[in-house]
Design a protein around this ligand. Sequence first.
Ligand code: ADE
Length: 272
Amino acid sequence: MKGTSDASGLPFFVRGGDMLDDGVTGLMAAMPEELQAVLGLIDGPRQCFEHGQREFHIGHIAGKTVVAAHSRCGKVAAAATATEMIVRFGVERIIFTGLAGALDHDLHIGDVVVADELMQHDLDARPLFPRFEVPLMGASRFRCDAALAEVVMRAAHDLVSSDMRPAVGEDVAGRLHIHAPSVRRGLIVSGDQFIASNTQRDALRDALPGAMCVEMEGATVAQVAHDYGVPVAVVRVISDAADDHAGTRFPDSLRCIAGVYARALISRLFRF
Ligand code: ADE
């Protein structure tokens, strides 16, 4: 199989289903709407455990064991959930799916971004440490697992090459201008702020010119995963432009596309 490629143009080197065969895969999302969609993919019965005021659902998707949880929003919530997944449930990898505000000029609602690295845009311990650097770690960026990210890319390409319009509904696709969604890979930045003004967005673009999109959890999940040596992938669907309209666009996207995308992405990951 090595050296061949599929319709997405990506090299075919690993099948998602094969990669998720071993051990437990942790599936995280910040919002209950996204988690519900993922839980709908679990075949047969599932067990639910409550720890740290969060519910962890254990079951199987296409014969592979998963533990799924919604973390709630923000860096602390995400880090706590990721730690619990690793320490208590022994996950072998974590895949985080959710929404993000676009920073890159060419990203639009419905486009998909797969992280190759993540950082906290609001971390600033100057003058003790350089801006964005995690104190005493000597690093500001945390890389995703290359093979896992590649599998997520393949799922995302397959998703956008299918016709999303019937899945999200013609009216929603028209209203949100979802025509031919693209898939990008790059830097995702996280912070404990919902970016909802042109001024905030421009400040982020100036500070981090390479950043594709902004959200509130991914970088801390990547940091925790790094600390424990667990592979991680973060995939985000653009819900808004992190601009003056984000406050109304985000809830609309959450209601109309978050669950559809989360389900479509995760099901492809497991059933390839
Ligand atoms: N997640 C989705 N949109 C976002 C935004 N504008 N800011 C922060 N997190 C987000």
